[in-house]
Design a binder for this molecule. Structure first.
Ligand code: ROI
Length: 164
């Protein structure tokens, strides 16, 4: 059983509902158990600023699926939610990123884990630390909350998203 962290993000088509639907779908994945989900956060876009703010959250999932099978399932769910992606670093209806797959390091054409931007984006670091304060990355590094504390554009909106 591998403990994974999945980043959820949306800034189109009712973003809160998009993130909640995706969480519910994670709870239905085969051979997997959704352990917990962070609060919802509102964040200013990284990338072009002429797009709506994002809603972000992070889910913790225990799974027997391989990383590739999990990626397939995440991409299928993005399609099922009618993912629209209009431009590079632009607005999207739902984005599901495999951030961490246990302590594995993966570098293939399709998948880079840990996710490249994991440590640099407060909309990822803050929700991860909310649900896994002691998390260490495969290289032993701990996530650092301090730079994020200075990010005034990240706002916690709610208590955890779903009843497990
Ligand atoms: N910016 C924020 N705030 N949240 C995201 O989830 C997000 N996702 C992206 C880009 C467009 C890079 N910017 C983002 O893919």
């Amino acid at each position: 059983m591998i403990r994974c962290f999945i980043g959820l993000g949306s800034n189109l088509d009712d973003p809160i509902s998009q993130v909640m639907s995706a969480c519910q779908a994670l709870g239905q994945l085969p051979d997997s158990e959704l352990v917990t989900v962070s609060s919802l956060y509102s964040s200013k876009p990284v990338g072009p600023q002429d797009q709506p703010d994002f809603i972000n959250a992070v889910a913790m999932l225990d799974t027997w699926l391989t990383a590739e099978a999990l990626l397939d399932a995440l991409q299928a769910q993005e399609q099922a939610q009618g993912r629209v992606r209009r431009r590079h670093w632009g607005e999207r209806s739902i984005d599901l990123d495999l951030l961490l797959y246990g302590q594995h390091t993966i570098q293939t054409e399709r998948l880079i884990v840990p996710h490249k931007e994991l440590t640099s984006r407060s909309f990822v670091v803050v929700p991860i630390l909310e649900i896994a304060p002691l998390l260490a990355l495969p290289n032993g590094q701990k996530l650092d909350l301090l730079p994020c504390a200075e990010d005034p554009t990240l706002i916690r909106l709610s208590s955890p998203v779903i009843d497990l």
